[in-house]
Design a binder for this molecule. Structure first.
Ligand SMILES: NC(=O)c1ccc[n+]([C@@H]2O[C@H](COP(=O)([O-])OP(=O)(O)OC[C@H]3O[C@@H](n4cnc5c(N)ncnc54)[C@H](OP(=O)(O)O)[C@@H]3O)[C@@H](O)[C@H]2O)c1
Ligand code: SF4
Ligand code: SF4
Length: 380
């Protein structure tokens, strides 16, 4: 295992962290509550025995069963060998007192006295304003830091760069953050700008969705051919992971692993990882793969945001992003899941009133109001 600086903390994180959201399930369904418990415990302990020192779980994962499973797996001396991260389910917070109530419930489920790394789960501009600030949760977190129930405070993020900037600069309590980042998300979500901003402020940056939830490990045939013909032989999953570890600002890469062979593979990849391991030819190759994915997109939206705000509240670039995702990755189910998880009803294509204001503002001359019913037909 390779170890990396974790922001400004005096602790080294393993290059690979275990994301506890994709355990094997008895019914074969993703995120199922029917976890194959003996196998999941075996995978977690095997990873820890081979150097993984950071586990990331969350209140809703496996419909509430992930935290319980992790608590069980960490018995018998394993708790002391790892840093444990879990997250406050911000969408359940209706008052400041909910912070302590939910944290205490999580401590019980995890069978531990403290959470080493505690995150506000899935922040964006709206949740930052309407949940964290409205209910003064930073003051609640400061109390939990002071009495030791949590070791360090951070947040996981699913918004745009402007919101990320606002949140990173919105508190001195952050030690770390967690962003969705991979070679296809350099300009979406927090993006490369967000990664560098957080790192420059001394925050550790934990990467989630390094394989875009598995999509980059299983590319469409034409892209797989490009990968197979490159002189350096790496699987699609290894290319995506090594691209991340190459970057000094990345503190740790979380992978949600669903089989023991994935655990073993990713341990092997992490063991050979290095900062600045990529030369110009490798970077050029990844750019070529990105281009291939981008060529599969249907709507030429660059996510510049000039068309915003829409008078009725649509998130225009996000609607196009999820529509394009379905085509780029040949994966309508994941695209629909993301569309529904990340956009409110009012932000989705179906709410468009065809006023036409946006179209005049789009530098790409995209016929936005004409596209919205097509997005809606596919995604709603
Ligand atoms: N806070 C948040 O808002 C949030 C959101 C997302 C994730 N997370 C956290 O971040 C973690 C990582 O994200 P993620 O699980 O989406 O990571 P990911 O690595 O992008 O996707 C995980 C999937 O990749 C595939 N995979 C992993 N290793 C592989 C390998 N060596 N070869 C081929 N396929 C491989 C598996 O897919 P198959 O199952 O199809 O084989 C696995 O289920 C999560 O587990 C969770 O802890 C947090
Ligand atoms: S046409 Fe639709 S998406 Fe464009 S500004 Fe009007 S309501 Fe919003
Ligand atoms: S103005 Fe056009 S290119 Fe820019 S985000 Fe809106 S739709 Fe996309």
């Amino acid at each position: 295992m390779q170890f990396r600086n974790f922001g400004s903390l005096d602790w080294k994180a393993s290059a690979l962290g275990f994301g506890c959201m994709r355990f094997p399930a008895l019914d074969g369904q993703r995120n199922s509550p029917n976890i194959d418990r003996p196998e999941a415990v075996r995978m977690l302990r095997h990873a820890i025995d081979n150097g993984v020192n950071y586990l990331d779980t969350g209140y809703p994962y496996h419909e509430g069963q992930s935290e319980i499973l992790v608590g069980e797996a960490l018995q018998g001396g394993y708790r002391e060998k790892v840093k444990l991260a879990t997250k406050l389910p911000t969408w359940l917070v209706k008052s400041p007192a909910d912070f302590g109530r939910l944290l205490d419930e999580q401590l019980k489920k995890l069978q531990t006295s403290h959470i080493d790394f505690y995150l506000f789960h899935a922040l964006d501009e709206r949740r930052w304003r309407d949940v964290v600030l409205r209910h003064d949760l930073l003051a609640q977190a400061a109390l939990a830091l002071a009495d030791g129930r949590i070791g360090h405070l951070g947040f996981s993020f699913h918004g745009d760069f402007a919101a990320f900037d606002q949140i990173v600069n919105g508190s001195d309590l952050w030690s770390f953050c967690q962003i969705q980042y991979n070679y296809m998300d350099t300009e979406t979500q927090a993006g490369t700008r967000g990664l560098k901003l957080a790192a420059a402020k001394g925050l550790a940056v934990v990467v989630m969705e390094p394989l875009l939830g598995g999509r980059l490990a299983d590319p469409p045939k034409d892209i797989l051919e490009v990968i197979d013909h490159f002189p350096v032989r790496r699987s699609p999953a290894e290319w995506a992971l090594q691209w991340l570890w190459d970057q000094p600002e990345v503190s740790l890469v979380l992978s949600g692993m669903s089989t023991m062979s994935q655990v073993n593979e990713n341990l092997r990849f992490a063991g050979t990882s290095r900062i600045h391991s990529f030369g110009p030819a490798d970077q050029e190759f990844i750019a070529q793969v990105c281009q291939k994915y981008s060529a599969r997109t249907v709507i030429p939206c660059t996510r510049c945001g000039y068309c915003m705000p829409c008078p009725v509240g649509l998130n225009i670039p996000a609607n196009f992003e999820f529509f394009n995702y379905a085509h780029a990755f040949d994966d309508l189910a994941s695209a629909r899941f993301r569309y529904k998880a990340f956009l409110t009803e009012a932000e989705r294509s179906g709410a468009c009133i065809n006023c036409g204001i946006c179209e005049e503002l789009c530098p790409q001359h995209i016929a936005i109001p004409e596209w919205m019913p097509k997005v809606s037909a596919l995604m709603d």
